[in-house]
Design a binder for this molecule. Structure first.
Ligand code: GDD
Ligand code: MN
Length: 377
């Protein structure tokens, strides 16, 4: 299709300075790092038509203001300021899709990745040797020595799981440093999860071996300013991503978390019922109602912290969200019982009817919560 447009002096796009490479930098509270990174990119990418796209999730430290300042001085600097959203993967996806350059790289803002590898990575893509080049800590010449023991262990475990369970061949699929042909990325983008940290793993797993990949070694440095945003919840995101890829995206990461929270809710419900009814002698209907209320409330809190942590409700919005969640769940209960009754009517198998009702309930609650409680702003 694009056969007619070839890079070269006769290509008018080069004459008006369109970038060949977009460097996408996700940022959250990286005020003190972005200028240094920009200078390093400028130094290392001499002779390349490049641009840098910072994707900032409205950092409280005002990172986006610093980036705007840079962009006022150099038109190769762009800034996407996202409001009401959080997430590394989503930020990377948005940044790459905002680019029209043939090649896109993703690099951390905190200078832990080695930007001096970028020209080599670009050369490999331009030469057609690869469609994806991964900055790798786990091949000869690379290292992650700056990791503490705990981080190193977690990283290795995740890498092992990805290799065995998803059949990933790449040595460092957990890396956050890579460069890809944008047209190939564009094809995969609709299937990628915007939640979580592991955008590269998602790309590799989604491509199912169809993406010619080369790894180049680099040394994972230590952070100069600010702190890591990786917390223990990242492990959960990772497991969700693996499960979603295993089920061919039938089950989304968010749905899995929502269903998991629902199962915890069942335990909370039964525990409350037991305490109220058996220990405090509350009559069954009241105890059952109390169980439902406590379970719905704890589900709401857990969902706000886990399932929708990238869209977490804060302040007054929590109360509004909680009331809406009660409403959604109450209707869900009717749907649950309704479906269970009609299945039981056809086929009086108690567990089948019960399971069908419960599935209906969770699907309803999930769909409606996404629409009304944690709706995208
Ligand atoms: N826009 C946006 N939104 N950016 C984010 C968010 C977010 O919610 N969370 C983190 N970032 C940015 C950071 O500002 C930084 O530039 C980059 O993403 C990496 O985040 P860190 O908090 O520094 O993560 P890390 O150093 O612990 O993890 C890195 O190493 C891992 C390999 O072990 C990342 O590169 C991971 O992707 C990588 O898997
Ligand atoms: Mn980092």
């Amino acid at each position: 299709m694009n056969e007619a447009i070839k890079p070269g002096p006769e290509n008018p796009s080069q004459a008006i300075g369109l970038p060949e490479l977009s460097v996408v930098v996700p940022t959250f509270n990286e005020r003190d790092n972005v200028t240094v990174l920009y200078r390093r990119l400028d130094a290392t990418l001499k002779g390349v038509a490049w641009e840098v796209v910072f994707v900032d999730d409205n950092s409280p430290d005002g990172t986006w203001q610093v980036v705007r300042g840079l962009a006022r001085q150099d038109s190769r600097v762009r800034c996407i300021r996202r409001i009401g959203r959080r997430g590394l993967s989503g930020a990377c996806i948005e940044g790459i899709l905002a680019s029209s350059a043939p090649y896109a790289a993703v690099i951390d803002a905190d200078l832990q990745h080695d930007e001096s590898q970028l020209p080599k990575m670009l050369g490999l893509l331009q030469g057609g040797e690869a469609e994806l080049v991964v900055g790798s800590r786990y091949i000869e010449g690379g290292s992650a020595d700056s990791f503490n023991k705990q981080r190193a262990g977690a990283s290795q475990l995740a890498t092992e799981v990805a290799k065995r369970v998803l059949g990933v061949q790449v040595k460092d699929p957990m890396s956050g440093f890579f460069m890809i042909r944008r047209d190939r990325f564009e094809q995969l983008a609709p299937q990628l999860s915007t939640q979580g940290f592991k955008i590269l793993l998602d790309i590799i797993a989604t491509a199912r071996g169809e993406l010619r990949t080369i790894e180049v070694p680099f040394t994972f440095g230590s952070r100069q300013h600010g702190e890591s945003k990786l917390d223990s919840m990242v492990a959960l995101d990772f497991l969700g991503l693996v499960l979603a890829k295993l089920t061919n995206d039938v089950v989304s990461l968010r749905f899995l978390l929502f269903a998991m929270v629902g199962s915890i809710g069942l335990i909370v419900h039964l525990a409350t019922l037991f305490i109220a009814h058996q220990i405090f002698g509350v009559a069954f209907p009241e105890a059952q109602a109390a169980g439902a209320l406590v379970a719905m409330t704890s589900n709401f809190i857990l969902n706000n912290f886990l399932t929708y942590r990238d869209q977490r409700l804060k302040g007054f919005a929590i109360l509004r969200g909680l009331l809406l969640f009660y409403l959604v769940c109450s209707v869900g209960l009717f749907a649950n019982v309704g479906v269970a009754f009609s299945v039981y009517d056809q086929e009086p198998i108690w567990w089948l009817a019960g399971a069908a009702g419960a599935l209906m309930g969770v699907v309803w609650n999930y769909a409606m919560s996404g629409l009304f409680v944690w709706r995208k702003r």
